[in-house]
Write a protein that binds this ligand. Structure first.
Ligand code: FES
Length: 177
């Protein structure tokens, strides 16, 4: 502490300083709670990196045509370490009947680009490096090391629910990230 400064301060100023010191002390408790929690959550999150899977309601299935791929989207909450984000995702859905479907991840297994359905050719084609997939997800051409990745789903009362997950690109096996 610097005495030369204190000598030049009047008593009223001293009181104000003491009050400020106390106020900062009191405030540091909730601040520690606010900044301390994400730190702990990040540490715990790094141990349990994979967020738990959950089914997301995916509107549009009831009206979808049978036998043709259709792109449907849904909202879900993405948990990354301590960050929670509302995210919209798309999936490719082929409705086989009101109770049966195939759901493809929209991510190309080669290097993670988004591919498209070309109805005239009846093929999925990835614009990045030209991987081509059949309607069943089989690789017809290009560098993709594996077929399109399917996602788990359930249909309840005519409504489709999709379990969103991502897989390691560039390898022959389907390994969850
Ligand atoms: S990312 Fe799709 S072909 Fe390369």
């Amino acid at each position: 502490m610097n005495d030369s400064i204190h000598h030049s301060i009047d008593p009223e100023d001293m009181q104000r300083r003491r009050f400020l010191k106390r106020a900062v002390g009191i405030l540091s408790v909730p601040l520690a709670a606010v900044f301390g929690y994400p730190l702990v959550a990040a540490l715990v999150g790094s141990i349990y990196r994979k967020s738990p899977l959950a089914f997301s309601k995916t509107p549009g299935f009831t009206a979808a045509p049978e036998g043709q791929p259709i792109e449907l989207s849904f909202d879900y909450v993405k948990t990354d370490a301590y960050l929670r984000q509302d995210v919209v995702e798309d999936v490719w859905v082929i409705k086989h009947s009101p109770v049966k479907a195939t759901v493809f991840s929209p991510i190309c297994p080669h290097m993670g680009c988004r591919y498209n359905w070309h109805s005239k050719m009846q093929e999925f084609i990835c614009p990045c490096h030209g991987s081509v997939f059949s309607v069943t997800g089989k690789v017809l051409g290009g560098p993709s090391p594996r077929p399109l990745d399917t996602l788990s789903y359930k249909i309840e009362g005519g409504t489709l629910y999709v379990e969103w997950e991502r897989f390691e690109p560039g390898i022959a096996e389907k390994v969850r990230i």
